[in-house]
Design a protein around this ligand. Sequence first.
Ligand code: MN
Ligand code: MG
Length: 658
Amino acid sequence: MPNPSFPFSRRQFLASSAAGAALTLLHPFSARAAAGQAHLRVMETTDLHVHVYPYDYYSDKPRDTIGLARTASHIADIRAEATNSMLVDNGDFLQGNPMGDYIAYERGMKEGDMHPVIMAMNAVGFDASTLGNHEFNYGLDFLMKSLAGADFPIVSANIATEMGSAPTADKTLIKPYTILDRTITDGAGTEHQIKIGLIGFVPPQIMNWDRRHLEGKVNTRDIVETARAYVPQMKEAGADIIIALSHSGIGSADHTDLMENASVPLAMVEGIDAIMTGHSHLVFPGSRYDGFAGVDAKRGTLHGKPAAMGGFWGSHLGVIDLMLETSGGQWKVMNFETEARPISKRNEDRSITPLVESQQYVLDSIKKEHEATLEYIRRPVGKTSAPLQSYFALVADDPSVQIVSIAQEWYIGQMMKGTAYEGLPILSAAAPFKAGGRGGPEYYTDVPTGDVAIKNVADLYLYPNTVRAVKINGAQVKGWLERSAGIFNQVKPGDADQVLLNPSFPSYNFDVIDGVTYKIDLSQPSRFGPKGEMLNPDASRITDLMYKGKPVTDDMEFIVATNNYRASGGGDFPGAKGDTIIFEGPDTNRDVIVRYIVEQGTINPSADANWTFKSLPGTTVLFDTGPKAKDYVKDVKGVAIEPAGDGPDGFARFRISL
Ligand code: MN
Ligand code: MG
């Protein structure tokens, strides 16, 4: 396929053309290099997750912060600044947006089919890639057929189809490493040969996360152990420099067996010269990593070695500049710089300014698949037997929250299999995200009975959160619900038409916990304030809290399926301050809902009225919601509700008899 920005042979680095050099400011390493010294720039994309177009397929709208077509503009510019450059990808390219789902669930990958993200990567011109954990989400057969189309090597050292006595004796799923023979141009314009070793690593946790696809077929090894075994072999094979493609985050400096985020201890492995990282969807160098042991977040080093992480979805390009010097035919790293170059910037008013335009040849490379994806997100992928609407989500158990809970529980149930937690009761916590409020009277989820399309799922689950599970006790479950119940004003028994909701309490902090039954006593004061601050330690609004018809006692143990925001302390919920997490899923809650719908075909999200208000005879409250709520008011379960005229600002008013 024609590619105007990649006109050179793959065997040779791009040497800046005279015209390019005149227009572009050369990097100091390129400007300064003497004879026998060469500037090598290594660029990285990571966690692309099939984002080629700057387009959010969930909301069906263009988006300036993402897309390889945009990142490719940087790649062209950055190549022009350096005498020698190469481009690698760090994995998680195959899954993570509706284009990925379209190919996997709808079009399929037959022998000889090309995967669109691979087509786009071929067009941009990568030198190598590694596998991320999400490459395994659709199974090994789909993966291998997708990889077959890549015209660049893809390496991963710690996934084996047969384990040997040591990592280097394993039969690996794909090539563990590659050594690229390249011609490199030094500061005097002389060409030399160089061997660049690239080795890849994936979090060993794929065996849990994709157990259903991988069990009995592959095994994984510890990243650091694998590196220690292979790097000397790469050196023996003549690698001048070795770059680790670590689809693993920057975490603890202490190596523990099978750790997920192993990039810091990996950097200690002798022979590795530079580390490309990813998996965490963050940016390195960057202040997010200030204060991490072994990490210089400003200079961009792990144990003194250069490292970069290029954000996610094409948001940044990770760049490591190496100043190399040759002596006795052997190249060595003499100096380095690192950076992460963004494709857009967020202004003070939170608006976004793109810093680069899309490269047309990249867009063109998968235009057909982009259009097919647009058609896919607008087309039904399943059916719902009940309307998915959120008009009454704050006053009754509700189908739009119920479906999220059901899908989370389904997923966590699979993830707990074969773990120490298998058999513990699984509850599921979910909150309505679109529930009027400051969003206005139209701001509700509203998917009628019948067909469900992918773009509806974004409507059900607004945020790209990832799934978490926490293990908590009965007292914490109750505390969690007390925190949620703070959304309601305290009411006076016997009084009429009291205002129900506290407007300063956001709906996303109104978690409903499915799997238990409970009542909320509005006559009692709230234990917590709107931000989770303790107001009345002895107050209790939650009554009749039961699990399978039996009272929940303080010391009972539960798993609660939730999201990363809540589990790590978002909203300051009891039992969810980051210290109770027992499972960190790599999947977004949204992906889990899509998978659930695709697998079930027809979903039945009917709410089961597992929570209600405690009866307060003679008491009424007023609740404002979207005017379309009147179409559904007859379906609301567990609450006596009737229209009560108009509310302010276009809202409709309803009266609840407690
Ligand atoms: Mn990722
Ligand atoms: Mg329910």
